[in-house]
Design a protein around this ligand. Sequence first.
Ligand code: GLN
Length: 410
Amino acid sequence: MKTPVPDYLDEVLDSLRDDTSGANADYIPELAEADPEPFGMALTTTLGRTYAAGDADTEFSIQSISKPFAYAAAIIDRGLDRVLDAVGVEPSGEAFNELSLEGGTHRPKNPMINAGAITTHSLLVGAEAGQGDRVDRAVTFFSRLAGRDLRVDERVCASELASAHRNLALAYMLRTYGILDGDVPSVVEGYTRQCSILVSVRDLSVMAATLATGGIQPVTGERIMDPATARHVMAVMAAAGMYDAAGDWLTRVGIPAKSGVAGGIVGVLPDRVGIGTFSPRLDSHGNSQRGRRAFERLSRDMGMHLFASDQGRLDAVDVSESPDTVTFALRGNVQLTAASELLDLMADSNGPADVVLDVTRVHSFSDLGRRMSLEGLRRLRLDGRRVAVRDPSGVLPDPDLGDGSYPDAL
Ligand code: GLN
């Protein structure tokens, strides 16, 4: 059997291929002259399966899509508090190359705009690091995320550096306010090299899937960042990844994302997928025109929206009865919703003497979900019932009912 996913992705690309509106970025000569036609898309699940369509292996410079990943590296290298001292997490509502500083602290508003990203780049590795160290850090970190060795496109880098007056101006302002340390031209050059790392949509989808899993690269299995860092980075992408179109994107598409001026977009849905698209022509916000429309299609067709409610998730407890046993079967990730449903159903159960909590189809328990479920069993036992847990894969280790006693073996 052939999986239908690639056919679906091909169909999405075909339906958008004739949209030639927008234009290549014009302020970096190498990008202005790039072929505007390539169009590719890839999707990687949190289990590490990649589906690709169109120009999925064409390389292009990562540009601003480097920003969330460099931000993750800076948090790992310097700690979240140090990074937050230098760069905020508020949407700026302005274009990517505005200064957008916070009143009072003079911190750049967020790490997704250039001012914030140049500052983030300057924090890589440590206070004593030089340009080479920071660029190496970005290249190796991105390579581990992608699962292959990435490299810098020196032509794109030189092309941007030849007219990087605006980024230099932003960086000198930040230096004046004491937000940025060190030699300004060298920091801007390092940042520009970071933006010139070459990736494909396949790479982007795997890199994003690493955020979606909470920090584990789903193909190599390597833990690259802790879940709190992945969560923080995705949240900032949701708030500020699409610059002055961030609110429109979050409501319409609902997939935390980051775009780059070479035409790439990366998107991530926590616990589900990482997505990469590439098409060089940009809309008036500086986001890839066909890429944006491809994301809109995915969101609509596949229900891929952060705030899409999934009725299936609510129906998380099944109750079945035989003459002497009542079984409560949970499934999925048991948190407040499922556990409170379970407690309600348990409270209503006056039937058979023996009670089984079946967790065979549970993926995980939150702390609260675990405590509530075990507390339900404890109360049933206080009512004189025998209680047991069916847990073949051990998702509920050490099921202490909360009073030092354990379920019965039924
Ligand atoms: N290197 C680009 C710049 O700093 C990145 C901008 C972008 O991709 N939006 O201008």
